[in-house]
Design a protein around this ligand. Structure first.
Ligand SMILES: [Zn+2]
Ligand SMILES: [Zn+2]
Length: 291
């Protein structure tokens, strides 16, 4: 039996308001045994918890996305900390740095990220990290990726500044104590190695299925068996066969199949392995996530 775990979805976003029941049905049909729905501010974090309270196979994460950092005052941060202690909340996230869209100034992003890493330590839950470079989206999502990126050696104008800052803060916060995952990983093998050294998991998303993807397939082969997980990041980033449309948890099977193919492993075996990893990361009793 297929056993998949979508480690990053935004099921409580308005994109799913009209047909969430059907979306969840299709996910279960496809073998998705567990889903983690991710907050990006106070309102969506509350919505994530409410959904997780209703659906036995959905868990929640609460956080402030770097896009929303500028509006995260003390009250917001305190409320996230309060929500983070809820029993259905298994992680603090998504949090991190986004130097691509820069919707919040970098110093605000750094302030909020650092604070929420402290929250994760206090509530003793793992973190879900968002990290995006100024040069663009996930590696391989770009069709004009410079040759340096393809070979895993950053060129000067393609230097991984966001990852450097993220790694610095994660190291300072001793993230290994609580654990965490680099969601929708977009770095190269060198950055993956540094994340693994910090004790983090690496999550592979839909871009690994894009024909233009260069560094990501290499990363999907490189990450050790016990540290790799998959996600959709739905409604965003659909895999190749659904590009231009809304993404949903059922499609995590497509991404997992590509990861299994890249690693030369049977699909069901690789899917189950990644679900075991996700349950260990989020400290879920495996019996609680199955039928
Ligand atoms: Zn993200
Ligand atoms: Zn997300």
């Amino acid at each position: 039996m297929t056993d998949l775990f979508d480690t990053h979805a935004h099921l409580h976003f308005p994109d799913f308001a009209d047909d969430l029941v059907a979306v969840l049905d299709r996910a279960r049909e496809a073998g998705v045994a567990a889903m983690l729905t991710i907050g990006t501010d106070v309102e969506t974090s509350r919505a994530a918890i409410a959904l997780a309270a209703r659906e036995r196979d959905v868990w929640a994460a609460v956080g402030v996305h770097p896009h929303d950092a500028a509006s995260a005052d003390v009250e917001v941060l305190d409320e996230i900390e309060r929500l983070a202690a809820s029993p259905r909340v298994v992680a603090v996230g998504e949090i991190g740095l986004d130097y691509f869209r820069n919707l919040s100034p970098r110093d605000e992003q750094l302030r909020v990220f650092e604070h929420l890493l402290g929250v994760a330590r206090r509530v003793e839950k793992p973190v879900i990290i968002h990290c995006r470079e100024p040069g663009g989206g996930p590696a391989g999502a770009r069709t004009n990726a410079p040759p340096g990126r393809a070979s895993g050696v950053p060129t000067n104008d393609d230097a991984p500044v966001a990852h450097v800052d993220v790694l610095h803060l994660l190291r300072a916060a001793r993230v290994g104590d609580v654990g965490g995952v680099m969601h929708c990983f977009s770095g190269d093998v060198g950055i993956a190695r540094q994340c693994l050294d910090l004790g983090l998991h690496i999550s592979i998303a839909g871009p690994v299925t894009y024909p233009s993807s260069r560094a990501l397939p290499e990363v999907a082969r490189f990450v050790p068996d016990d540290r790799i997980v998959v996600e959709t990041d739905c409604p965003f980033l659909p895999p190749q066969t659904h590009r231009g449309k809304r993404n949903e948890p059922a499609y995590v099977a497509i991404t997992a199949a590509r990861v299994a193919e890249l690693r030369g492993r049977p699909f069901d075996e690789m899917a189950a392995r990644m679900s075991v990893n996700a349950r260990a990361l989020f400290r879920l009793d495996s019996s609680a996530t199955r039928e």
